[in-house]
Design a protein around this ligand. Structure first.
Ligand SMILES: [Zn+2]
Length: 167
């Protein structure tokens, strides 16, 4: 716990900052982005602090992608509008990285909307942080659920945890 205290994602990993967790693994965590681009926008974050993906250890880097595809399957099965998924990783300030603890975005894409990478302030105002992890656990039998059935049952194996925001 040297530099981590200054890093918001390390504070979340250490449980000193509130987050709405979608999944927690040995090496990586998934929690909702506080300023989502679309409903369900999730971040995959290694537990060990590393500013860039090149500094993330091999095991955690692989675990990031493994968890990302399981979260994508869970999003597809959640009943959210999710016709497609963007996986996005900004590595360095010039690429748009804002939090210098490497993280992988999993961004659901409803059809018929512009594929912007702009945050939607209306989504940040909604109480999705409390509602969504439950939806991801539930899987309401949508067409997405059928399409992702195999992967969704894999997603159900995740140890899912939801911490309520104190705010
Ligand atoms: Zn950190």
């Amino acid at each position: 716990m040297t530099e981590p205290a200054a890093c918001v994602f390390c504070r979340i990993v250490e449980g000193r900052e509130q987050a709405s967790f979608v999944a927690q693994g040995a090496d990586v965590l998934a929690f909702l982005d506080l300023h989502p681009i679309t409903e369900g926008h999730t971040l995959i974050v290694p537990r060990k602090h590393a500013a860039s993906i090149g500094e993330v250890d091999e095991v955690s880097a692989v675990a990031m992608w493994s968890l990302a595809r399981r979260v994508a399957a869970a999003l597809g099965a959640s009943g959210l509008r999710c016709e497609a998924i963007n996986f996005f990783l900004a590595d360095g300030a010039a690429a748009g990285q804002e939090v210098f603890h490497s993280h992988l975005h999993v961004i659901p894409r409803p059809g018929g909307l512009p594929r912007a990478f702009a945050r939607d302030p209306a989504l940040a105002r909604r109480r999705l942080r409390d509602q969504l992890p439950a939806a991801l656990r539930g899987g309401r039998g949508s067409e997405g659920a059928r399409r992702h059935r195999g992967a969704a049952s894999e997603a159900a194996l995740l140890r899912l945890e939801h911490r309520r925001s104190a705010s």
